[in-house]
Design a protein. Structure first.
Length: 122
């Protein structure tokens, strides 16, 4: 006899009944779909969206892999400086902010250097 044990995606109870059931009860199904639209999910989606948007802005302003742009150009493009995927500090104290492979570094006089990380690994 084939054992086809599945567990509820919400409470981890063993599910009885149809093979395609994902939840042990209507209550757990409702909980699951409510959580999909919960505040934290919305919040995380918004951040993910902002970072992806930041990346495409940086991409567009930096088609050749290296560029120097004024802060106002970044602001006008809609870059949100609060969100990035990672920060890279060099030994001489410079701080690069990355949105995935696209990064920027603040220079003097409100200018920024745009860079692209080659062989992006994380
Ligand atoms: Zn359940």
């Amino acid at each position: 006899m084939e054992t086809d044990k599945r567990n509820c995606k919400v409470c981890d109870e063993t599910i009885h009944g149809r093979r395609d059931k994902q939840f042990c009860s209507d209550h757990c199904r409702a909980t699951y779909y409510n959580n999909l639209n919960s505040d934290i999910t919305t919040f995380m989606r918004r951040i993910n969206y902002t970072i992806r948007k930041n990346r495409s802005i940086l991409c567009r302003l930096n088609p050749n892999g290296k560029a120097r742009v004024h802060r106002m150009r970044l602001v006008d493009s809609g870059l949100n400086f609060d969100y990035y995927t990672n920060v890279y500090k060099t030994r001489n104290g410079k701080t690069y902010y990355f949105c995935y492979d696209q990064g920027y570094l603040e220079l003097e006089d409100d200018f920024f250097a745009l860079v692209v990380k080659e062989n992006y690994v994380g």
